[in-house]
Design a binder for this molecule. Structure first.
Ligand code: EPZ
Length: 416
């Protein structure tokens, strides 16, 4: 198993052109099933989660070709509606294929997506939305058998602004005759990108980015070409690395407003932040001061996915910062690894109390999940001495060319 070796303590300087968004390309790949035509999707990041989605599309009978960062999906040859367990388990967010397969074929059989490192990942809201649209869903023995002879538009009210449930409802609603209004919809930029893709396919979807998304479904869809937005969580990760190690980091491609909760926090912690429309520059000396409590929340609140890397940056500095993780119940697994580096973090349930320390020491570390792994990389860049990070399959799910990107910023990092 390969590991990343980082010799920390070096300032980071340079500009990163941020990769395409993992959490945007995954639902868009699922949505490419709807048209039964060719979808050309640009700016697709080279990630194992993307490869897992392509494997599902090919299993379903689609023809998929990847050339550089462009993935072309011909879903005209789709000839199945089942997704086997090994493909479902490969990627937890594969549940997003449920709405698309159901919309295209009128039935879907897939195994319940397991929980993941972050804890149980319920899909009750996904199933609620699809049942509201007329789907019959039987859950037996860990499998879902779904059928829908004619989905019909309706009002759907989500008790939680779930990203995945909003996406599944949008995809199924495209095949539902009549109007569907999704209330308390997730407002993430990735939802807006999905709407843009669907409209390019000829669907009538509006309101994404607000709490009410309206779909006028039942219209035939056609070939589309789309460029995926940039990954705001990767951008937040690079900024946290610059804040932790010190230096001057520029991230380009992400609209500044998508990074506001993170840049506001890092500015309060003492970093210099300069913002342009699609570019954010951070300067810092690597010693951060405490900030008021950080509560994760649905967009446009502080993103749960940025909590681990930003927490890693806050471990080196002065004062005490309280984190409250409201979205997932097991998203502090990186804290015990950070403690091995000398970080002072006390976790009580969903609350983590971070007391800044003057310095971190390199250590042998193991990533337990995607963004927790990013936290270990950020801390290792700021630590004195050498760190080794294992569990890289977690990082490969969400960060393309991680070592090359950080090396281009001056980090002493190799993957062996
Ligand atoms: C998406 O996951 C992202 N994944 C996650 O990013 C992100 O952390 C999360 O949204 C929140 O922003 C993708 O987009 C592929 P949710 P998702 O449904 O859709 C509860 C990463 O690191 N819930 O918005 O699964 C759920 O338990 C990943 O890139 C239900 O109770 O998240 C959670 O507490 C990690 N029932 C809350 O809602 C449901 O049916 C928000 O989850 C669905 C969700």
């Amino acid at each position: 198993m390969s590991v990343i070796v980082i010799s920390g303590g070096r300032r980071l300087e340079g500009c990163v052109h941020v990769q395409g968004s993992k959490n945007s390309v995954l639902p868009i790949l699922a949505a490419s099933l709807l048209s039964g035509c060719v979808s050309v999707i640009h700016n697709c990041p080279d990630l194992s989660d993307v490869a897992a989605s392509v494997a599902i599309l090919e299993h379903l009978g689609c023809r998929v070709v990847r050339e550089g960062d462009t993935i072309t999906v011909d879903s005209s040859t789709l000839d199945r509606c089942d997704i086997p367990e090994h493909l479902m388990r490969e990627m937890r967010s594969s549940v997003i294929f449920l709405g698309a397969v159901l919309a295209r074929t009128g039935e879907a059989r897939l195994s319940m997506p397991g929980g993941c490192e972050l804890g149980p990942r319920p899909i009750d809201l996904h199933l609620w939305a699809l049942r509201r649209l007329g789907a019959e869903i039987a859950e037996q023995g860990g499998n879902l058998r779904c059928s829908a002879r004619g989905l019909r538009g309706c009002d759907i009210s989500l008790t939680i602004p779930s990203v995945g449930a909003t996406e599944n409802a949008m995809l199924a609603a495209c095949a539902a005759k009549g109007r569907t209004a999704i209330y308390n919809a997730a407002r993430e930029p990735e939802i807006v990108d999905l709407q843009d893709f669907l409209c390019t396919c000829g669907a009538s979807v509006q309101g994404a980015g607000s709490s009410v998304v309206v779909v006028d479904g039942g219209v035939p869809l056609h070939t589309a070409e789309h460029r995926v937005i940039s990954d705001r969580i990767c951008a937040a990760t690079w900024l946290a690395a610059g804040a932790a190690a010190g230096g001057a980091i520029e991230v380009e491609g992400v609209p500044r407003e998508q990074l506001l909760p993170v840049t506001d926090l890092l500015a309060q912690a003492g970093c210099g932040i300069r913002e342009e429309a699609q570019r954010v520059t951070l300067t810092g000396d690597g010693r951060l001061r405490a900030v008021p409590p950080v509560r994760t929340a649905p967009y446009p609140g502080f993103p749960t996915d940025a909590q681990p890397p930003v927490m890693a940056a806050m471990t080196k500095g002065t004062g005490t910062t309280v984190f409250v993780e409201t979205m997932f119940e097991n998203r502090y697994r990186h804290t015990q690894e950070l403690a091995r580096m000398g970080a002072d973090i006390r976790v009580e349930g969903r609350v983590a109390v971070v007391c800044g320390v003057p310095a971190l020491q390199g250590a042998r570390l193991e990533a337990a999940d995607l963004r927790g792994g990013a936290a270990l990389v950020v801390a290792a860049l700021a630590a004195e001495g050498e760190s080794q990070i294992g569990g890289l399959h977690h990082l490969d799910r969400g960060y393309e060319r991680l070592t090359e990107t950080l090396r281009s910023l001056g980090a002493d990092i190799v993957r062996v």
